[in-house]
Design a protein around this ligand. Structure first.
Ligand code: ZN
Length: 131
């Protein structure tokens, strides 16, 4: 298992971590298998989506806020219930096939770290499995 740190700079944002994950695949000796990207946080997530047009991630974040507004009748008193819910909806891990030492992503796909309660220091863990 390898990890890397990142620092988010906004309350909510999606950061493209594809190259950092590919670097970990490069450093592993695994030719073919699966790459698990895991985010060990309760108000952040990881997802795969388009990395060509940056407005897609803005649309995803604004649609998520329409689905899960910041202010509502939440019981969690820390004030970040919306961030917890978004993190659960997006999920804390993704699994990407590795073929010939490359992440098997589609042409327009990237792996995004999703911050919902920033800015914060965050960690991403990556495990490459042979198979
Ligand atoms: Zn909380």
């Amino acid at each position: 298992m390898k990890s890397f740190a990142l620092r988010t700079s906004r309350k909510e944002e999606m950061l493209d971590i594809t190259e950092a994950v590919q670097r970990i695949v490069d450093e592993s000796s695994i030719e073919d298998g699966l790459c698990c990207v895991f985010v060990p946080h309760t108000t952040a997530a990881v997802t795969i989506n388009e990395n060509a047009d940056p407005s897609v991630k803005e649309d995803i974040l604004s649609a998520a806020t329409r689905l899960v507004p910041e202010n509502w009748d939440y019981k969690h008193l820390e004030g970040n219930a919306h961030a917890h819910i978004k993190a659960s909806l997006f999920g804390s891990s993704v699994l990407v096939p590795v073929v010939r030492r490359r992440l098997l992503l589609g042409t327009w796909q990237g792996i995004f770290f999703c911050e919902f309660d920033g800015p914060r220091s965050r960690t991403v863990s990556v495990k490459v499995l042979k198979g």
